[in-house]
Design a protein around this ligand. Structure first.
Ligand SMILES: [Zn+2]
Length: 301
């Protein structure tokens, strides 16, 4: 039983949390006919839905059907090869949490590039797999410092444990404050806060959070900083807007942040925008929204 030629091949197939992956070593050839002969009629555990089959250095990944999922064990009645031996690899990496699709995809693409199916033996010796890894690329648009750029760093940490998200690859789109300042040369700059420890060579730099005496400066800040400036000094400043939300360019899924959002995450046109000081939970929600928008049919197998 192979899938029909006109059936579109699903990318990023990973087993769901409640689907068991068994690992079995066999002596037979790993083609579908030999595997069917070997497995059909044998008992498999109730939760076993997939089998990583090994013979020496060769690996194949198959899905199996059983007569029933009610008893603890039931005979296998059908078998389908998801990734045949020539297209399949077995990777051992104890740092990989195999319950996390992004971690599976990362390990597969790093250790077995070009392979359709990759079984990964990871943390705690657990084995899972991915077929046709093709992570969703998410552009992370923000400004630095701090280093590492905060939103990128937080999103990476969310993905490290994101069991319910499809594989995602973060692509940084980071602009430096000093680079933004150089777009508008000035002898005096005003930055939002001293905490960022940014100064601009050849210019005097003041920090808005210290509420300094008004000078004729150029504000390197966002709209919220401009509002604070107006509150302090009764007028708006000459400004370079640093809000990454307003930066143009780039296509596809974008994760960014905006100074004017305080508690909510906004999702529109494939772009998720979180508040400037977003929590990991908000970033997780934003990444889920992007996955739903860009990979609506993805679900664990
Ligand atoms: Zn903004």
């Amino acid at each position: 039983m192979t899938s029909g030629a006109d059936e579109p091949r699903r990318r990023n197939v990973v087993p769901g949390a409640y689907r068991g992956v068994a690992v079995t070593t066999v002596d037979c050839s790993l083609d579908e006919a030999a595997l069917a002969l070997h497995f059909i009629g044998r008992e498999a555990y109730r939760r076993t839905r997939f089998i990583v089959v090994r013979n020496g250095a060769q690996t194949a990944i198959v899905s199996v059907r059983k007569a029933s999922e009610d008893p603890l064990f039931a005979p296998i009645t059908g078998l389908r090869v998801l990734a045949a031996a020539p297209d399949c690899a077995y990777v051992e990496d104890p740092d990989v949490d195999t319950a996390v699709p992004t971690a599976l995809a990362r390990a597969a693409m790093a250790a077995a590039p070009g392979k359709r199916g990759v079984a990964v033996q990871g943390r705690h010796g657990h084995v899972s797999f991915i077929t046709d890894p093709a992570p969703l690329r998410v552009l992370v648009r923000e400004v630095a410092p701090p280093y590492p750029p905060k939103l990128f760093d937080q999103a990476r940490r969310v993905l490290d444990v994101a069991e319910g998200l499809p594989p995602i690859e973060l692509v940084p789109d980071v602009v430096e404050l000093t680079q933004l300042a150089s777009s508008r040369p000035s002898p005096r700059y005003l930055l939002p806060c001293r905490g960022g420890a940014v100064s601009i060579a050849g210019a005097r730099t003041a920090y808005l959070d210290e509420r300094p005496e008004r000078e004729q400066w150029t504000l390197i800040g966002c709209e919220r900083s401009q509002q604070i400036h107006e509150w302090f000094y009764g007028e708006r400043a000459d400004q370079v807007d640093i809000c990454p939300r307003h930066r143009a360019g780039g296509a596809g899924a974008i994760l960014t942040k905006c100074c004017l959002l305080e508690s909510q995450v906004e999702v529109a046109d494939g772009v998720a925008t979180v508040p400037w000081g977003a929590s990991l939970a908000q970033i997780s929600h934003a990444l889920k929204s992007l996955a739903d928008a860009w990979e609506p049919s993805w679900a664990p197998a």
